[in-house]
Design a protein around this ligand. Sequence first.
Ligand code: NAD
Length: 691
Amino acid sequence: MTATMQINSSLAIITIDNPPVNGLGHATRSAIAECLKGAEANPEVIAVLLTGSAKAFSGGADIKEFGTEKTFAQPSLPVLIEQMDAYTKPIVAVINGVCMGGGLELALACHYRVAASGVQIALPEVKLGLLPGAGGTQRLPRLLAMETCVSMISSGQIVLSDQLALSTAQSTTQSTALSTLFDVYEPDPQNLLTRAQDFARDIAAVRPIPRVRDRAANAPIKSDLFSTARSDLMKKSKHFPAPFSCIDALEASLTQTFDEGIKTERAIFQRLLQSPESSALRHIFMAERAAGKIAGVDANTPLRNIKSVAVIGAGTMGAGIAMNFANVGIPVQILDLQAASLEKGLERIRINYQSSVSKGKLTPAQCEQRCALIVGVDHYAAIAQADLVIEAVFEDMQVKQSVFEQLDQVMKTGAILASNTSTLDLNQIARFTKRPQDVIGLHFFSPANVMELLEIVRGEQTAADVLATCSALAKKIKKTAVVAGVCDGFIGNRMLEQYTKQAAFLLEEGCTPQQVDHAIEAFGFAMGPFRMSDLAGNDISWAIRKLRLAANPHAVYSKLGDLLCEQGRFGQKTQAGWYDYQANDRTAHSSDLVNQLIKQYAQSQGIVQRPISDEEIVQRLVLALANEGRKILRDGIAARASDIDIVYLKGYGFPLHRGGPMFYADHLGWDKVDSLLLQFQQGHQGGTWTL
Ligand code: NAD
């Protein structure tokens, strides 16, 4: 049953019942339409109440039907709404809980709205690169101030019913035209239905039945509202057409009749639906959900209880990792063998929290609470009872061995033993213990308290409940987790290696660092590879290259980065890297010295430099990622291509509107990818490409 009807003293109460959020799938829309027909035909019924079961009115489109033809099967939402527009009895929306997207559009098509307090209200379609396509852009401005509509629809943000009721009350003093989203606002949710029934009886005889479509849209209070909104969007969302289209549709509510406005809205909706940006955002939406599904782990997998955490190593990563848990109220112990490092780590944590206080993101009391949850310790016995321990010591197998052997000795049975290693073999680390089933990789990204991505590394013996627990914990600490198998670099860094290699080859073949950076930044990356490397420190990748070269002396790579570091050009911290910098200024200035060094190196290698187009730069960099991604899939390191996209989007700044490297290659077509790679190979562009 997806909607039920009950007649109560001349009132028909239709309850949308499609858990968890009463999504408006095809069956639900049909059931609502049938109930409405039944109530209209029943002479006993004087008015209809439309509400939702449990905690939602309706969350909008049904995710299960997302992208399938059922989304548009009849009655579509616009057709159901037309039925309501032609209805001969008053319909009152009783907004008992979450009211979003198509759910809000349904409520807007009702003749009256009674809302409870604390209800989340939103038109979030813009987040999927769309706009509300069932009248939302035309009806909302007939009930709310245009300023509020612009902000709600172009951002998709959730607003609480209380705020809207409040703005309703305030706006009556400015202009009566702005005051009518809710006809009744009920602070006590328990009273909602009774209050709605009383209201329905009061208005049952009112004729003509007031329809939102018959009202005039509210003109902006500030005449430059639309132009200001557009110029703000140019700063925030220049790669996305949808927020701009939302403004266009809202403006149409003022300049066109209701029916024309609806046609405009629908035409824009159809156009956006076909746009690559919306396609990318919908892919990401589905990819985020898919990433949570782990082979061998299902909803019945038991979770281990994580009430306390210990972190080994109070360095850059350890300190950031600890903050994640304190932020959600989980006590953390940090162990470091160096008293000075421990002190420095704890100090860094305090400075970070204090900076949040100065930005107004935390209260001083919250800062104190969080700092108090993180305590330093200097011996292993102190952490024995922790439910989860995360090692973040030096990236050296011998150091990891000594840490894991000690953890194996002291940690209580059932504790999860995690490593934050970036490059080392997790299976080997697990073998340092007698409980490899409890060992897992939790690869945080720097800064660990900020970056959203977490790679969960599954060892060959990692137990299903350990994976399930870490996946649930990732959600709790607000990370997007992707499961990776064991290999050097896991998913993200393994791909990054190919990308940075290509970037350096491009220099050898004729580009300058700024040409490469500009091209990929124009593609949408926030920062190109050379500006990024200067920010992170060129010495870090230099050290990694040395390790890799020791393991594989025949590795093919460009020596340019090494030459740069040999001159002490480590990046921003030395005011010299791929670019020149001035003191306390992050602006990258082209460096004649570096450009000369590149030319000389190319000559010494017998490379004839040539002009390289921006198109080639982008293709080589992005296809280097996608090609490695394909191998990662083939090797079973990632479970699905969309997981790889999530890693790159959340951890490496891949532009959202491009949907991720695998999505990009999918759309280009893998045949085309292969022919381009072959072309690069034959043209000696970018070293050896292996497919
Ligand atoms: P770091 O040098 O900043 O910190 C390491 C800390 O571990 C130091 O405080 C040191 O005193 C302590 N330590 C060393 N040996 C120890 C031992 N036996 N017992 C207890 N403490 C010990 O290093 P980091 O950058 O925080 O990296 C830590 C780990 O995280 C490494 O495995 C690294 O590969 C991984 N990682 C680093 C980054 C990054 O960007 N820095 C990103 C992801 C993962």
